[in-house]
Design a protein around this ligand. Structure first.
Ligand code: GDP
Ligand code: MG
Length: 370
């Protein structure tokens, strides 16, 4: 890429945008978060923050077609992408289920989340929020390890009758490492033994200070079972989203990330893709990880066939040459020859990565999150 915005670079480094602006100011460059900086400046910053750099050759960039910066005037607001994390049985699935107004829990074997699903919820105020349903923290950290920082906001679910459990603490650590803002949902407040205040106090031990205690972390008491506090939670998500000023250019070739993928009897390779920028359309030719394909059909979270999918929209995509991995990037390219070329290139890169120790590379940062 020729340039990258400060915010995009911050996301890729899992650093705060404001800290990058500060560092740039010290280096004698005054910029705002949404302003692009050139590659040399970006590299200096990356070094400044102690990340390792691997130079990307121009050919690599060209073949990957990733990381192109959209002009500020092309950017439009996009829905926040929210991941729900927390200890097993604290009510992640129930909460998501309550938010969707449907019943996923009863359909799951043993009530345990089997895979990552992605769903959209419309708030009373007319805003859209995209939720990723992760089984614990593994999917989140696995995606992040693969360079796909797709989550804008984490909802940490803590059962008010239980407390901070090992997976709660792991979720806190993963969220901190990712530099993603967190909202604490204190669940099961309908239970007689629920003690939300004790949860807030225990959170202090992990440097999470809720607003009532003078901190900056939003918290909300909910009951997924009784469906209370849900509008409050949605409001708080939108409040946080506004602070983040989430935008994307919907009028360009689509880029996205695989949330989950599998081989389906009858339908072939199917991937749930979260579109990050641009609009994915039927007939689009794409590369997805080291596979390629042409969008044959798209199905949204309500099971409906759709013709287009814009930023922050999750869709099942049919028409893949093979099954990609969670976190893999989808990039729309101009034709099939190009798709095969890029897919072959990525396959080669993947093989190389497996045979050499992989540092946090500059290439990775530039190609992963969009
Ligand atoms: P997950 O493992 O975090 O996805 O948790 P689940 O959503 O599967 O919920 C675990 C158990 O807690 C189930 O038996 C739910 O019915 C129950 N549960 C979830 N939310 C609430 C709640 O708000 N109140 C009460 N009383 N039970 C809940
Ligand atoms: Mg679950």
């Amino acid at each position: 890429p020729e340039s990258i915005t400060v915010q995009e670079l911050a996301n890729r480094m899992a650093e705060k945008g404001a800290d990058l602006v500060k560092a740039l100011f010290k280096m004698g460059t005054a910029v705002t978060l949404n302003q692009p900086i050139d590659q040399d400046t970006a590299e200096l910053l990356v070094e400044e923050f102690g990340h390792r750099i691997q130079r990307v050759s121009d050919a690599d960039v060209e073949i990957g077609m990733e990381g192109e910066v959209d002009a500020p005037e092309t950017l439009k607001a996009r829905p926040p992408v929210v991941t729900i994390m927390g200890h097993v049985d604290h009510g992640k699935t129930s909460l998501l289920d309550a938010l969707r107004g449907t019943n996923v829990v009863s359909g799951e074997s043993g009530g345990i989340t089997q895979h990552i699903g992605a769903y959209q919820v419309k708030t009373k105020g007319g805003d859209t929020i995209t939720f990723l349903d992760t089984p614990g923290h593994e999917a989140f950290s696995e995606m992040r390890a693969r360079g796909a920082n797709v989550t804008d906001i984490v909802i940490l679910v803590v059962a008010a009758d239980d407390g901070l459990m090992p997976q709660t603490i792991e979720a806190i650590n993963h969220t901190k490492a990712a530099g993603v803002p967190m909202i604490v949902a204190i669940n099961k407040v309908d239970k007689p033994e629920a003690n939300p205040q004790r949860i807030r106090e225990r959170l202090l031990e992990h440097e999470i200070v809720v607003e009532d205690m003078g901190g900056e972390t939003q918290d909300v008491e909910v009951s997924a079972l009784k469906r209370t506090g849900l509008d409050d939670l949605l409001d708080k998500i939108m409040l946080q989203a506004e602070l983040l000023e989430l935008t994307a250019n919907p009028d360009r070739a689509a880029e996205g990330n695989v949330v989950e993928a599998q081989l389906d009897k009858g339908r072939g390779a199917v991937a749930t893709v979260l579109v990050r920028k641009g609009t994915l359309k039927i007939g689009d030719t794409f590369v997805i990880g080291s596979e390629s394909g042409k969008v044959r059909a798209m199905i949204n979270d309500k099971g409906q066939n759709v013709k287009t999918a814009g930023p922050s929209t999750p869709v099942e995509v049919l028409g893949l040459s093979g099954v990609p991995m969670a976190g893999d990037q989808l990039t729309v390219v101009e034709n099939e020859a190009r798709a095969r070329e890029v897919a072959a290139y990525r396959q080669e890169q993947a093989t190389k990565k497996r045979t050499t120790a992989a540092p946090t590379s500059f290439e990775h940062m530039f190609s992963a999150l969009n």
